[in-house]
Design a protein around this ligand. Sequence first.
Ligand SMILES: [Zn+2]
Length: 83
Amino acid sequence: MKCPECGFEGPKPAFRYLYSLGLDTPFSLRQCPKCGTWLAVNDLKEEVAKTVPPKEPSPIIKTAGIIEDEMKEVAKELMGEDA
Ligand SMILES: [Zn+2]
C-alpha cells in the first residue's frame, strides 16, 4: 500500500489500524506511520481508497463515538462511489 500524501510504501500492517468503517463494508481507517495522515483503506484490495483529513490535531484523543460518526460519512461516500 502507498500513502498518497507522502509516498510512504509498506505492507498493510505497517499502517496503524485505527477503526473499522463497519462490518458491512471492506473499509478500515488506518494511519500512515510516516506522515500520520488518516487513510480509508479497502482491506480486500489492500489499497488506499481515500485520505481522511482529521478535524482535530490528534486522532488519538478522539472518542470512538466521534470517529464512528466521521467513518459513517466516509463509508457512505466510498460505498456510493463503488455503486
Ligand atoms: Zn504518509
